[in-house]
Design a protein around this ligand. Structure first.
Ligand SMILES: O=C(O)c1ccccc1NCC(=O)[C@H](O)[C@H](O)COP(=O)(O)O
Length: 233
């Protein structure tokens, strides 16, 4: 499978900056804060149960005005082709994030149908959860390694929970990947140090309340990446 989306400095061993994805943006102010902080990716959530959910029209307006160079990611959960058709028709995107129980076959289908890089989220709570990762590395452009949600949680992600980062130590990766789950300005440098992540994703940890991003926390989050031993973006 050709890798269609590999930004400089993201493959293991290549060095470079640690890139940040700030997920769950809902306003032009959020997008401006993310761009100002030097984040690499902006995430828009299409999941009605989420406090970060936004309509296709709202996302289109934000994405169209986003600065060049800020990668726009649509996050969906077990989305139908109809929903993805509607999103991709209106919202200028750089990546689709699949955050449900999508099979490897579904990941491959989405990638082929929309011609966009696909990032598959995998929930981790214990070592055995890593076993299924390889089959997604074979079909996805990137992997989002996130905390597994608690049983009966309303949200499959964005719960502000961390997992044991030591589970990732020494792992060989076949694709660019991002670390997520319970990251904050206070703990992200340690998380990067322990896992070797070159990309990190955050939502709750840069919010004043669920769904309300705090520009100061966003800036603190990317500033904290300067203390990871890699240059800030
Ligand atoms: O953020 C949401 O509301 C959400 C809803 C449904 C599926 C996934 C969701 N978020 C996924 C993300 O990309 C988060 O950034 C990631 O899970 C980390 O979240 P957090 O632990 O809150 O930083």
């Amino acid at each position: 499978m050709p890798v269609r989306f590999v930004a400089p400095g993201q493959l293991p061993g290549q060095g470079g900056a640690v890139r940040a994805k700030i997920c769950g943006l809902r306003s032009a102010g959020d997008v401006a804060a993310v761009a100002e902080a030097g984040a690499a990716y902006a995430g828009f959530v299409f999941f009605p149960k989420s406090p970060r959910n936004l309509s296709i029209d709202e996302a289109a307006a934000l994405a169209i005005e986003a600065p060049v160079g800020l990668a726009k990611v649509a996050l969906v959960v077990d989305a139908s082709d109809d929903l993805l058709d509607a999103i991709t028709a209106r919202v200028p995107l750089d990546m689709i994030q699949l955050h449900g129980a999508e099979s490897p076959g579904r990941v491959a289908d989405v990638r082929a149908r929309y011609g966009l890089p696909v990032m598959k989220a995998i929930g981790i709570a214990e070592a055995s959860d890593l076993e299924g990762l390889a089959q997604y590395e074979a079909v996805a452009d990137q992997i989002l390694v996130d905390a597994k949600p608690p049983k009966n949680a309303d949200l499959p992600g964005g719960n502000g929970l961390a997992f044991d980062w030591r589970l990732l130590q020494g792992r060989q990766w076949r694709r660019p990947w991002m670390l997520a789950g319970g990251l904050t300005p206070k703990n992200v440098a340690e998380a990067v140090r322990l896992t070797g992540a070159r990309q990190v994703d955050v939502s709750s940890g840069v919010e004043a309340s669920p769904g309300c991003k705090d520009p100061a926390l966003i800036a603190a989050f990317t500033a904290a990446l300067a203390h990871t031993g890699a240059p800030k973006l």
